[in-house]
Design a protein around this ligand. Sequence first.
Ligand code: 13P
Ligand code: SF4
Length: 321
Amino acid sequence: MPTAATSVDPRLDLFAEIDRLRRERKAVILAHYYQDPDIQDLADHLGDSLELAKRARDAKDAEVILFCGVHFMAETAKIVNPSKTVLIPDVTAGCSLAEQCPADQLRAWKHKHPDHVVVMYINCSAATKAESDVICTSSNAERVIRSIPADKPILFGPDKNLGAHLMKKLGRKMDLWPGACMVHETFSAQKIAALKARHPDAKFIAHPECEDHVLLLADYVGSTSKLLEFVKTDAGRKYIVGTETGILHTMHKAAPDKELIAVPYEDRTAACQGCNSCPHMKKNTVEKIYLALRDLQPRIEMPEAMRLRALKPLERMLALG
Ligand code: 13P
Ligand code: SF4
């Protein structure tokens, strides 16, 4: 029995078909910077998690939002814009951070700390968001934490590395959930230090999902969009890019005269083919985008009661600007 992905006529010009279908379906295609170059190039809008959540919320004229990213991102689009048909090219595109903090475990943690404010990184499921007080992304986390009165204790999850980075930067204690990104955790501080020694003119820029000993080597720390902006506007010429390699494509386009070096990683598993590449993000393909637009599947759906509970902490975040 052929799968949907093998039933595509190989003679089709998929890019032309996607353009035709996006017009016919009144679809807007959103893509994260960790997508394959072809997907980034065909998207209507590229962005980090916060920018894409806002694009989804503001997609008033579209009838369909095709989200080229991972599941929690497409879920977020549905939460903030429920009247649209929200599609994801591969519904199994998960996230190691989201998997590590299921809603029932967050509920049990909250139960032990009833006086705490629950701040959850957007990399979590809708069910987990529904248990949270406020959501943050890597680009607004500092603002979100600062918005919480100083005398209020905080539970922060699921990313312990982002949490530790925020505690250090803001001088504020928080209880951290022990989650981490499977991609950013493989970056090797030893190899980065060696690379910096070989390229003394290169700046090391890193995403806050990296571990502390990696961030200690960084000249600049920021979300994917902030890293992109830094490369575009900084006076330097060479950068070791401490995040998933997909973003190098758009960085090269935005700053063609600059030299970019992908971050070196530790081969922690025998199966690791390229640990600075997210296996979840890379599940989406041009063929699956075509199929999603053709069949209007796979769709993101969730119970309305859960959506409304997950919307509250997202709205609290979005209200902060
Ligand atoms: P940002 O693009 O918001 O920096 O997040 C990176 C990420 O974890 C995507 O999975
Ligand atoms: Fe999740 Fe890490 Fe992949 Fe981002 S890069 S989707 S945090 S596993």
